[in-house]
Design a protein around this ligand. Structure first.
Ligand code: ASP
Length: 275
């Protein structure tokens, strides 16, 4: 069951195509506006129905802990089925973090440790960013530099997490100084769907955007990532640079999600033999 109650292009398509690669049939619901939730059904009852008809639920929903809640519900039932969180509001996006880590593993030929990771953009509300910080904190010698307009800076819970785990980090607002130092530039768009009153409109993010002239100052082995969709953070003229990994990153999303589903169904061997 692909239940996507928030917009999605890559996550939905890559999960859907991953199922096809694995020979899995899918049902989908691409908006809660098409479900009986609009008739007043509770989300729990909607999930219960999906649970009755399918063997796995891959879900994106604005509610922060609903994937965990669904997993608890199903574990208590006679038919425990797996639930995959495909994005939970501004909270987490764990499969994105896995594909990001896999992309870095490929880009650095297995040597992801001791890297300086610049994370640029909406750090406060970016679920991809939050999950990536948790993920990369597992690698030795990682240092983060956060670059964002002050309104969208590092939230307290992440600050505490990094402090508690003694992961070094800095906050900066100077892209030029960072160019020569960072090994990874992870760009994100402003997550204005979570605005309360269009407050992002007055935020100037343009001073952090990457420009073609910046490339000559960056390390030759640097890696530029973006979970996409992009707006103006990275201009298309940079796409051809060998350090621009974001289109490969989205392809890796297809294979990472195929691997995740195969693994959950204990069919890991299948993907190794896929031609
Ligand atoms: N596609 C990513 C997400 O769903 C990033 C974004 O939307 O900005 O979180």
């Amino acid at each position: 069951m692909l239940y996507f109650a928030q917009p999605s292009t890559r996550t939905y398509l890559s999960f859907n195509n991953a199922c096809q690669i694995l020979g899995i049939q899918t049902s989908d619901m691409r908006s809660s506006g098409y479900s009986s939730e609009v008739k007043g059904e509770s989300l729990e009852d909607t999930l219960e129905t999906m649970h009755s008809y399918t063997d796995m639920i891959i879900m994106r929903h604005v509610e922060e802990n609903i994937a965990e809640k669904a997993a608890w519900m199903f574990n208590e039932s006679e038919k425990p089925i797996p639930v995959i969180n495909a994005g939970s509001g501004p909270h987490e996006h764990p499969t994105q973090a896995l594909l990001d880590a896999y992309t870095l593993h490929r880009a650095f030929k297995g040597k992801v440790k001791n890297k300086t990771i610049a994370i640029i953009g909406d750090i406060k509300r970016g679920r991809a960013v939050r999950s990536l910080i948790y993920m990369l904190s597992n690698f030795e010698g990682i240092r983060f530099v956060f670059l964002s307009p002050p309104e969208l800076g590092l939230p307290d819970d992440l600050r505490q997490f990094l402090g508690k785990n003694s992961i070094p980090f800095e906050e900066s607002d100077n892209l030029d100084k960072l160019l020569r130092r960072a090994d990874v530039f992870y760009y994100t768009r402003i997550q204005d769907e979570y605005d309360k009153q269009h407050e992002s409109k007055s935020i100037d993010y343009s001073r952090f955007w990457l420009k073609k002239e910046h490339l000559s100052h960056m390390k030759s082995e640097a890696v530029i990532l973006h979970p996409l969709p992009r707006r103006n953070e990275i201009p298309p003229e940079i796409d051809g640079d060998k350090r621009a990994w974001y289109w490969k990153q989205e392809v890796n999303g297809l294979w990472m999600r195929t691997a995740i589903i195969a693994h959950v169904f204990k069919e890991d061997g299948y993907i190794l033999n896929y031609k």
